[in-house]
Design a protein around this ligand. Structure first.
Ligand code: NAD
Length: 173
């Protein structure tokens, strides 16, 4: 059995790890689609698909999940929602169940006849990409919301300085 989770992961945080671990209770392989793969260097989407792939693979290793158990696949957005599921399926290995807390993702897969499960959200107020990015912009503690290996990746790519730069630039525009 193989499950699919799609997320922007801007950046990967402990909520993503929590949901991935829950999916592994149901299925033995997980496909993780890195959504909006074409976007980077924006305040809402600061990290490239490659950087997000690196965050995920290091965080999964940190959590003892072997690479043979998952596939990480960048997925660019398409302009028509009605063909997005077909686009995702073209890029991913076959899957049985889709896991998502996102209502649009749930709806599109359900309408295409795929079983969808809605995993519980783990303290979504703080474990969200929006909150992690907000804290990065304000020099507040974002590190406690993400796996240690993700802190290392973000430090390696100077991610906080990139985001702060983008944030100031957008305020000027
Ligand atoms: P996200 O990173 O916010 O969340 C991904 C998943 O992680 C959620 O569905 C949820 O199950 C889980 N999650 C997040 N926070 C959690 C927490 N605190 N506790 C437990 N689980 C948590 O990403 P998203 O916004 O859902 O990503 C959807 C992607 O699909 C986007 O990239 C979007 O552009 C793409 N999409 C594209 C199209 C299109 O191209 N037409 C259509 C629909 C969706």
């Amino acid at each position: 059995m193989r499950g699919l989770l799609v997320g922007r992961m801007q950046p990967v945080h402990d909520g993503h790890l929590d949901v991935i671990k829950r999916i592994f209770e149901d299925v033995n392989e997980v496909i993780i689609g890195v959504g909006s793969a074409q976007l980077s260097h924006k305040t809402k989407d600061p990290f490239t698909a490659g950087e997000r792939v690196m965050m995920l693979s290091k965080a999964l290793t940190e959590n003892g999940i072997p690479a043979s158990k998952y596939y990480i696949i960048p997925i660019e957005d398409v302009s028509c929602n009605s063909i997005w599921v077909a686009h995702v399926k073209m890029l991913t290995p076959p899957f049985t169940t889709v896991y998502s807390g996102n209502p649009l993702v749930q709806r599109l897969f359900e309408e295409s006849g795929h079983p969808v499960k809605v995993p519980p959200l783990f303290n979504r107020k703080i474990y969200s990409g929006t909150e992690v990015r907000r804290r990065m912009l304000k020099n507040e503690d974002w590190q406690s919301l993400v796996p240690k290996s993700v802190v290392k990746v973000i430090d390696e790519i100077n991610g906080v300085s990139r985001l702060q730069n983008l944030g100031y630039k957008e305020l000027d525009e």
